[in-house]
Write a protein that binds this ligand. Structure first.
Ligand code: HEM
Ligand code: HEM
Length: 242
C-alpha cells in the first residue's frame, strides 16, 4: 500500500462523501453507524493512548514545572513522576498498539511520515528522560558558578519541541494516516479534530502565560547564586533548577 494509492482513494472518498465524513448525512460515514473492525479498534486505541500521553500528560508535567518551580521545591518530583511514571506506560502502550496495527496491515517499517515521526518522537522522549535524570543527579555548581548549565536549556527546548512535534503527529494521524491505513471505512469524527485544536491552544496559551513568572524565577536563582558565593555551598533552598 502506498500514499499515492491512498491519495487517489481519499479523493474518490471526498467526491462521494465529503471530507472527514459525516458531513453529507450518509450514515456510513458516521463512526458510530456500524461497528469498527478489529484493526480500526487497535488503531483508534493507539491514537487515543498516544494523544493522551503526548498531548495531555506530558504537557501537564511541563505546566507543572513552569508554574510550580517558582513557588516550591517539590515541583521537581511532581514533574519527574508525571513525565516518567504516569506518561511512560501510556506512551509505550500507545506505541505498541501502533506497532501491532502496522503489523496487522502488513506495512513496511518506517515507510511513511507518520511512522518516521512516531519513532523519532519515541527516541526524543527517551532522550529527554535521560537528560532530565542527568540534570537532576549531576550538578556542576563550580563549573558554571551557580548559573544554569547548557543541558538545562537543552532540556527545556527539547521538551517544547517534543510537544510541538506531537501536535503535528496527531494532526497527521487524524487527517491523513487514519484514512490511509483504514482505507476510509469510517472517518475520524469532527469532535476529535476539535479536541486536537483545543489541546494545542490550551497548552501553548498556558505555557506562554506561565512565562510571566520567569523574572521571579530568575531573581530566586540569583539569590541562590549569591548565597552560594557567600557560603561556598549550594543553597539548600534553591528550588528552581531541579
Ligand atoms: C525522568 C524524567 C524527567 C526529569 C528527571 C526531568 C527533569 C527536569 C529538570 C531538572 C528541569 C529543570 C531544567 C531547568 O533548569 O530549567 C526540567 C524542566 C523541564 N522539563 Fe523535564 N524532566 C523529565 C522529563 C521531561 C519530559 C519527558 C519532558 C518533555 C515533554 C520534559 C520537559 C521539560 C520542560 C519543558 C521543562 C521546562 C519547564 C519550564 O520551566 O518552563 N521533561 N525537567
Ligand atoms: C503523538 C501521537 C502519535 C504517535 C507518537 C504515533 C506513532 C505511531 C507509530 C510509531 C506508528 C508505527 C508503528 C510501527 O510501524 O512500528 C503508528 C502507526 C499508526 N498510527 Fe500513530 N501515532 C500517534 C497518533 C496517531 C493518531 C492521532 C492517529 C489517528 C487518528 C494515528 C493512527 C495510526 C495508524 C492508523 C497507524 C497504523 C498504520 C501505520 O503504521 O502507518 N496515530 N503511529
Amino acid at each position: 500500500m502506498s500514499h499515492d494509492q491512498n491519495d487517489a482513494g481519499a479523493d474518490d472518498a471526498g467526491d462521494d462523501r465529503g471530507q472527514n465524513g459525516g458531513e453529507t448525512g450518509n450514515p456510513h460515514d458516521d463512526v458510530f453507524s456500524f461497528p469498527l473492525s478489529s484493526i480500526e479498534i487497535m488503531a483508534r486505541n493507539h491514537a487515543i493512548l498516544c494523544t493522551v500521553g503526548f498531548l495531555i500528560l506530558l504537557p501537564l508535567g511541563v505546566l507543572l514545572a513552569r508554574y510550580a518551580r517558582t513557588f516550591t521545591r517539590r515541583w521537581f518530583w511532581g514533574h519527574a513522576v508525571m513525565q516518567l511514571v504516569i506518561s511512560g506506560p501510556v506512551i509505550f502502550a500507545g506505541w505498541a498498539m501502533g506497532n501491532r496495527t502496522a503489523n496487522k496491515l502488513e506495512l513496511e517499517m518506517l515507510h511513511d511520515p507518520h511512522q518516521q515521526i512516531g519513532i523519532a518522537l519515541l527516541a526524543l522522549y527517551v532522550t529527554q528522560l535521560l537528560l532530565g535524570t542527568f540534570i537532576h543527579y549531576v550538578k556542576m555548581p563550580t563549573l558554571f558558578r551557580g548559573h544554569r548549565p547548557p543541558q538545562n536549556y537543552l532540556h527545556v527546548a527539547l521538551g517544547l519541541a517534543i510537544i510541538a512535534l506531537a501536535g503535528y503527529q496527531v494532526h497527521y494521524g487524524l487527517y491523513t494516516e487514519w484514512d490511509f491505513a483504514t482505507e476510509g471505512l469510517h472517518h475520524v469524527p469532527k469532535s476529535a479534530m476539535h479536541a486536537w485544536l483545543a489541546l494545542i491552544i490550551v497548552f501553548w496559551v498556558l505555557y506562554f502565560l506561565g512565562m510571566a513568572l520567569i523574572p521571579r524565577q530568575f531573581s530566586a536563582e540569583k539569590e541562590g547564586r549569591q548565597q552560594m558565593h557567600r557560603t561556598g555551598k549550594e543553597d539548600p533552598d534553591s528550588h528552581v533548577d531541579g
